[in-house]
Write a protein that binds this ligand. Structure first.
Ligand code: NA7
Length: 550
């Protein structure tokens, strides 16, 4: 049996199928539908929003400012929409994404509650055959994976979870109705962004909170506040120019002039004052942009680390707890720099304890709580896993995916992801990814990245239609060169030094490869544009029939 024939019944027959109705998939639908192609989005959830649909944990908030973290394609919308706070909360962002879906009548082309389980390329028909959990089989000439970078939540493989008598939750799969922790003894595992954002809120509600920390992380105060009306008015007056300017910045966000000085060429006093002012201002890009060598020089970076460590020592009253919370094992910024609201202060509450599970890892979840390797036991009524995601590659590797010639995605990515521009892959014809691995993705403003990728894909499809092509495939040579370039730019920075989800370190057995492109969003976009201008260099296009069944 050929792998293309596995699913039972055939439903849709499309020009393009998009997997995922998050911010990427929705914009892709909007643009591709406007080309006159038949297109549908398959979405596992019962609503749009992707990340913002699933991550409903208390305190969930974007770490990019609201005025930036939004679509740029609808000029009227960006003028009309009023963000109530400097940083958008999850409910607010989800409300916005829902509004976009309604405003552009996108929902009618989204098939909800449809989890994709397989994707096989049928070379003879030159179509992707998409299998779903319900056993449907959809066909499409092109497949666009808009499956997200942080969409595959992972609960660590700890013995005994099934025996736990209390309730347990993962931050990335939070119940829609919310959770009331009042009066409960809660345990929270993990201190990445999700843990750091939820811990202060759970602590305020629970009778007692025990935080199980494996790695202390750097976090800066977000300085969230109600939207400043003057800032908003100024931003809106400049919106179009700012969006355009964002394309010429490394992070896809305008308004942060690149620093020109090294941290090591100024006096200690000057440095302290500069960090202090960034600390007061709030925001991670701004802080990491204090000097031009914080991502490239260990010594320079250490000055910023020490500044934040001192802040932790000043904030947390108990010196032993403060020390446990102080990160030493990675340069600041090489794990996603967290923005918090009252995180370190939370440990001054009588009802909050911090337990180091680096020294004594969690050995077993028991009926009444959990036990560490040193024999210590903790009685808990509820357990929160803020333990992260199989980031960047997890969603695709979870799909049983093959190219119809015997190559699976699992085999292709056995040693880590290999992609061309994070947009496509050798060996997988007619398949696009939006913000895939080896694109700036999580290292740039994600919505702008999704728009840039989608616009490029639409141009590529238009080009194929104009030239009568129905099949493309990335050349091995182009992919190899891009992977090499990707590694080269990463290795010039301090990023690979951290055991972060950027390198897959949080997933046991995952190959250690630095996954996002850190050569800069500006440089990336220029490269994409040049490749398109050269007639899609690195893509082999052919096939007699046109892109669409027009
Ligand atoms: P992260 O950043 O991957 O954080 C997960 C946390 O869970 C991190 O502190 C991990 O420690 C910890 N963890 C994972 N497995 C275990 C086990 N087995 N025992 C103890 N602790 C564990 O995920 P988030 O959801 O917080 O954030 C992901 C991104 O979403 C974030 O960066 C923003 O971009 C938005 P570790 O550091 O691996 O030692």
């Amino acid at each position: 049996m050929s792998d293309a024939t596995a699913p039972q019944q055939s439903n849709l027959d499309l020009d393009v199928v998009i997997i995922g109705a998050g911010v990427s998939g929705l914009y892709a639908l909007h643009r591709i539908r406007a080309m006159g192609l038949s297109v549908k989005v398959l979405e596992a959830g019962d609503g749009v929003g992707g990340t913002w649909y699933w991550n409903r944990y208390p305190g969930c908030r974007c770490d990019v400012e609201s005025l930036e973290y939004s679509y740029s394609f609808d000029s009227d919308l960006q003028q009309e929409w009023e963000w109530p706070e400097r940083y958008g909360t999850q409910p607010e962002i989800l409300r916005y994404v829902n509004h976009v879906a309604d405003r552009h009548d996108l929902r009618r082309d989204v098939v909800f509650e449809t989890r994709v389980t397989s994707a096989h390329f049928d070379e003879a028909a030159r179509q992707w055959v998409i299998g779903t959990e319900r056993g449907e089989s959809h066909r499409a000439r092109f497949c666009v994976m808009a499956t997200g970078n942080l969409s595959t939540p992972r609960v660590p493989d700890v013995k005994g979870l099934e025996n736990f008598e209390g309730k347990w939750y993962h931050t990335g799969l939070w119940p829609h109705e919310g959770v009331d922790f009042s009066g409960l003894r809660v345990g929270s595992i993990g201190t990445g962004s999700s843990g750091v954002q939820s811990i202060p809120i759970i602590a305020a509600q629970a009778a007692h909170l025990t935080v199980f920390q494996r790695t202390p992380q750097f976090s800066l105060p977000a300085r969230n506040a109600p939207m400043d009306k003057t800032t908003e008015a100024r931003h809106k007056a400049e919106y179009d120019d700012r969006r355009q300017a964002a394309y010429d910045t490394p992070f896809g966000i305008a308004g942060y002039p690149p620093p020109s000085q090294s941290a090591l060429e100024v006096s200690a006093e000057e440095r302290e004052a500069a960090y202090e002012s960034k600390w007061a201002e709030g925001g991670s890009i701004s802080f990491l942009y204090t000097y031009n060598d914080l991502f490239t020089s260990r010594e320079a970076n250490e000055t910023a680390c020490e500044f934040v460590r001192q802040k932790i020592r000043e904030t947390v009253k108990d010196p032993e707890t403060a020390e446990k919370l102080t990160p030493y094992d990675h340069p600041i910024g090489t794990k996603r720099l967290i923005l918090d609201t009252g995180y370190f202060e939370t440990y001054n509450r009588e009802t909050v304890d911090l337990v180091d599970v680096r020294k004594a890892p969690i050995e077993e979840i028991t009926a009444k709580g959990l036990r560490l390797a040193d024999g210590s036991e903790y009685e808990l009524d509820a357990l929160v896993f803020a333990t992260g995601f199989d980031a960047m590659t997890g969603a695709l590797r979870d799909i049983e995916m093959s190219n119809g010639r015997g190559l699976t995605i699992q085999e292709k990515w056995e040693g880590g992801p290999r992609c061309y521009l994070g947009l496509a892959m050798a060996g997988f014809p007619n398949l696009f990814m939006i913000t895939g691995p080896q694109s700036p993705s999580v290292k740039a403003q994600m919505i702008l990245g999704a728009e840039q990728h989608t616009d490029w894909i639409v141009d590529c499809l238009t080009h194929m239609r104009e030239h009568g092509h129905s099949r493309f495939e990335v050349t091995q040579q182009a992919e190899d060169a891009w992977v090499e370039h990707n590694n080269e730019v990463a290795n010039r920075t301090l990023y690979p030094l951290a055991n972060s989800w950027y390198v897959g370190a949080n997933i046991p057995g995952k190959p250690r490869v630095f996954m996002p492109y850190v050569g800069g969003f500006d440089r990336f976009k220029r490269t994409c544009d040049e490749i398109a201008a050269k007639g899609y260099e690195g893509f082999e296009m052919g096939g007699g029939e046109a892109v669409a069944a027009e």
